[in-house]
Design a protein around this ligand. Sequence first.
Ligand SMILES: [Zn+2]
Length: 345
Amino acid sequence: MSAPETQRPHRRDTATGVSAPGPVRDARAPIDAAPVAGDGDDPDRAFAASAQSAAAIAAPTAGLTRVPRWPYAWAVWIPLSQFAVLGLWLAWDWRVGLAALLASHASILVPVFLPRARVYAPVLARLPTAAREVWLTIDDGPSDDTCAMLDLLDRHAAKATFFLVGARAQARPDLVREIVRRGHGIGNHSHTHPQAWFWALGPRRMRAEIEMAQTVLTGLAGRAPRWFRSVVGMTNPFVAAPLRTHGLTRVAWSARGFDAVRADPQGLVAAVERDLAPGAIVLLHEGARHGRNVAMIAALLARLDALGYRSVLPDADAPDVSADERAGPPGEGTAAPAAEARAAR
Ligand SMILES: [Zn+2]
């Protein structure tokens, strides 16, 4: 299922001077045959034809894209399902009708609370790779933990994507710029993080949450995020339309340690390790009230090193490096990230 491992270019980390392995941006061609199903969108493919250098990058980019193609499909199948229930009720008897009614309502409601359910929007839940690589995703920042986490990541030559809350980013713009400057990715994690009610937000409020964060983060990072993480992993019928508008791919996870509520580094490592596999998407948090997120990521990074796992960014999440940062040793392909960033739009 997974593409063969290929030689990956190493990229010089300008912040640390460490020669870090580059993001998973090499041409792992049959990526569309990956086990992560879900519908994709292909605006990237048009760009791919425009430049040969970009073509090698844009193909895997398209393979990871999960922009909703039919954001209003639910407006068709939900009414149809209720007509079917009515038909059963009339054709058989009330017991069959009631059972069908309950089952249909469960099929409408339950997926809202399942982070990997694709009923209301497609989702990327792991990276299609056979290599010992993981994608670290850190939610809820920026926070007081951000700087310490960036130092830790540098020390381990690890990259991560920070799923930021728009209003928190607005309050601490320097932290957002520092994340980008150090070569990490930025994702959209709503504007105000309404965790108690995210599942129940109506269309206007949902769109506002996603669009305001997208506007703020684009302004601060200098490029539009292409990843979105639902608050508490919940996705109701109104998430897909703004994701489509902004070309956002919803990202779930395949490994987690409940570090937003639990404060035990060894517990986090053990929980993540249970679900660790090539291409795992690891859910982490920063700024939790217990104040142990930095210690937890430190323990996890040490364990990943010991297990031989590298923490990488998926295609097109690579930073759009500035001109002075491109002045690395020749042959490193440092123009690629800019092409990727364009291809992602
Ligand atoms: Zn969150």
